[in-house]
Design a protein around this ligand. Structure first.
Ligand code: AMP
Length: 400
């Protein structure tokens, strides 16, 4: 951030979309808030004031019975005290997002203090990227800072359109955004090789574009999780009741053929931990992934797969990980994901650069308290995925 913030009101788009306890509305994980602190602190330290805007949850999708917004549930007021505690600064709250009251509070905000305006998604204009609404947001600050990587793939008013109303030199990415972009670029452009991508999670269909892109630049692609079974069935395997997207089987074979042609090693799990029910209490057997009995389903990668995958991971110099290797939310099917997390940590210790991006692999790494043992854990699931697919994210494009 090259802007001089002295005596400036900085309008910052942060991602304070934190999980809340359903009854008490207490924050259950403040990672996203902490991630935005360096930028806010820098602005306050330089003699500026910070006006924060963010969305919280999906208020537009969870309207009350009378069709109105559920303010009690989705108000950003829920984060105010915690932000004040973390920043050790006075934090004011404005119960509206834009308009006279918000403008007055922003204008009267003393330097060194913080104002949080109400949930941007209380306004339906936000998701439409509405210009008039963005213009009203722009009135709140002298400069605009975007530090919300998690929503950078959305062309919303507060993430994208608002940037139009600030001239060059009056808008910039915050530290978090800069770091996310730098780390993703490190994987995408000129990575140290071999580069291994570990892709897991439920569906092939969610990750087709990523897989296609990876075939162009990765040396090894490890496919685990539920999505692996579509590949295995397409190759003639018996996968029982495992997750399968029949309509993606042709595509799976095409991806395998393309990888082969390009000399990219694509690994599937040799064996699987299978269960006779989608439950932590189910009976469990380890089976070859292509020989799963009729009424059983693969819910985790097996020991042979862990050994294969770990060997490749440990010999890598750059690692990208998106998506768990199994149903890691259930303890009996979490071992594969855990073992892969440990292999990534071991490779990192040996000098590899490892980027963990995507909601559930991030959760797995953090559950195992390995956040500090990998090089970078991204805060943006969908945004990181789209960035790695090679798309220009609207919030990034808007800054140009
Ligand atoms: P994604 O959001 O696509 O990264 O998928 C994450 C979800 O995939 C998690 O909730 C996992 O429980 C689920 N998942 C991973 N492996 C499997 C599997 N073998 N069968 C069913 N679901 C799985």
């Amino acid at each position: 951030m090259t802007i001089d913030f002295k005596d400036k009101k900085a309008l910052i788009r942060v991602d304070f979309n934190v999980p809340l306890d359903k009854k008490t509305f207490k924050i259950t994980d403040d990672t996203r808030i902490r991630a935005a602190l360096p930028t806010i602190k820098k602005i306050l330290k330089d003699g500026g004031a910070a006006i924060l805007m963010s969305h919280l949850g999906r208020p537009g999708k969870k309207l009350k019975e009378d069709g109105s917004v559920d303010v009690e549930r989705f108000t950003l007021q829920h984060v105010v005290k915690h932000v004040a505690k973390l920043l050790k600064t006075k934090v004011h709250f404005c119960p509206v997002t834009v308009g006279k009251q918000a403008e007055k509070m922003a204008k009267e905000l003393p330097m060194g203090e913080v104002l949080i305006v109400e949930n941007t998604r209380f306004q339906s204009e936000e998701k439409k990227g509405d210009e008039a609404f963005a213009k009203k947001l722009a009135k709140l600050g002298d400069v605009y800072i975007n530090d919300a990587f998690g929503t950078a793939h959305r062309a919303h008013a507060s993430t994208t359109t608002v940037a139009k109303y600030f001239k060059k030199g009056k808008k910039a990415f915050g530290f978090l955004m800069e770091k996310e972009i730098e780390n993703a670029n490190r994987v995408l452009h000129d990575p140290e090789r071999p580069l291994t991508a570990i892709i897991g999670g439920a569906k092939v269909s969610d990750k087709i574009l990523l897989l296609e892109k990876l075939i162009d630049f990765a040396d090894n692609i490890i496919v685990g999780g539920g999505m692996a079974y579509t590949f295995l069935k397409a190759q003639g395997g018996n996968i029982g009741k495992s997750l399968c997207e029949e309509d993606r089987m042709k595509l799976a074979n095409k991806l395998v053929a393309k990888a082969k042609k390009k000399g990219v090693k694509l690994l599937l799990p040799k064996d699987s931990v299978t269960a006779d029910d989608f439950s932590n209490d189910a009976n469990i057997k380890t089976k070859y992934s292509k020989r799963i009995p009729k009424d059983w389903m693969g819910l985790d990668i097996g020991d042979k797969a862990v050994a294969d995958f770990s060997k490749v991971i440990k010999n890598s110099k750059t690692i990208l990980w998106n998506g768990p290797m199994g149903v890691f939310e259930m303890t009996n099917f979490a071992n594969g994901t855990k073992a892969i997390a440990l292999a990534v940590a071991a490779a990192t210790k040996k000098g590899a650069f490892s980027l963990v991006g995507g909601g559930d692999s991030v959760a797995a790494v953090s559950q195992m308290k390995l956040d500090d043992d990998v090089s970078y854990v991204s805060t943006g699931g969908g945004a990181m995925l789209e960035f790695l697919e090679g798309k220009e994210l609207p919030a990034i494009a808007a800054m140009k």
